[in-house]
Design a protein around this ligand. Structure first.
Ligand code: G3P
Length: 226
């Protein structure tokens, strides 16, 4: 499964307002905006809502995290095969709030690829981005942890880390997509992310915490076209 670029990837995290019925509601707003605008919007609902959301909307739905354990006698874990069976088309890996060891990241990228799932590996700096790009995931998403959940977008607070990440990854692979995230809130941030050489953004609170989610999404995707 390949995700259409440039993309706006919305991670619902475990925010209560984006769980259960809320997850479905936000997913439907994302689907509607994607269909009205033609924009590539990808969503990562809470793990418990993965199957429900994936069976209810036509936009790509991803897992937020998967465990690098075998399928079968591994109670309480979520495997690549579980995600695939639930209708997910891919997974985030190594999110700042769910860090993994390098061997686990590698295994998850490989197993996802074999299962036909796309992978977005989150990274915190250029060295980690380079290491992860060498494993050829579909995307690397650079997210400085100190800016996550804040009001200032990484594209404003630290545009250099974004452009340097793009450059470092391009020196390793032309096929790995690059996203940036942390504090992304509006279409200007998205446009700036593309200007810095990325293939889109990964964000959470800007959508999940917004009163008018449709208006925010329309503004965000307007940045994909400028
Ligand atoms: O996964 C997206 C994320 O960590 C950024 O969160 O709330 O700063 O958009 P936020």
């Amino acid at each position: 499964m390949s995700l259409r670029k440039p993309a706006v990837v919305v991670n619902f995290k475990t925010y209560p307002e984006a769980s259960g019925k809320g997850a479905l509601e936000i997913a439907r707003v994302c689907e509607q905006v994607a269909s009205e605008t033609g924009a590539s919007i990808v969503i990562a609902p809470p793990m418990m809502d993965l199957a429900l959301v994936a069976s209810s909307v036509k936009i790509p739905v991803m897992a937020q995290h998967l465990d690098s354990v075998p399928s079968g006698a591994t109670t309480g874990h979520v495997t690549v095969e579980n995600a695939k069976a639930s209708g997910a088309v891919g997974t985030l890996i190594n999110h700042s709030e769910r860090r993994l060891k390098i061997a686990e990241i590698h295994e998850l990228i490989d197993r996802s690829r074999s299962a036909g799932l796309a992978s977005i590996v989150c990274t915190n700096n250029i060295a980690v981005s380079r290491a992860c790009a060498a494993m050829e995931p579909d995307f690397v998403a650079i997210e400085p942890p100190e800016l996550i959940g804040g009001d200032v977008s990484v594209t404003t607070a630290n545009p250099k880390i974004v452009s340097d990440t793009v450059q470092s990854i391009r020196a390793i692979s032309m096929s790995v997509g690059v996203l940036c995230g942390a504090g992304v809130k509006n279409g200007r941030d998205v446009a700036k992310a593309l200007e810095l050489g990325t293939n889109g953004v990964l964000l959470a609170s800007g959508v999940v915490k917004a009163k008018d989610k449709r208006a925010v999404l329309l503004d965000l995707v307007s940045g994909l076209r400028t």
